[in-house]
Ligand binder design. Sequence first.
Ligand SMILES: [Zn+2]
Length: 88
Amino acid sequence: MKKQEAQKILRAFVLKDYDQLGALGVRAYGNQGRAWSGTACITNLDDSKGQCNPRLAFNSCDVQDIGCPECLKALVALATGEKILSLA
Ligand SMILES: [Zn+2]
């Protein structure tokens, strides 16, 4: 994923602009099952596949459920060019 694309996705996520996330081609999957909300991974992220591997996940879900801390950290890192340790 390119930096510019990551910035667009991050902006749409922060603004909860789910239409825009869809338009950007963002796909989500829930690696903890449907009983969990707000923990879904972002399949588009190349750099987080070590920890969040879409091939191991079967639960496709809505972009509204995106919230995996590892995926968000990776997205911020891609968008800003900096690694962050926490989103708190
Ligand atoms: Zn993830």
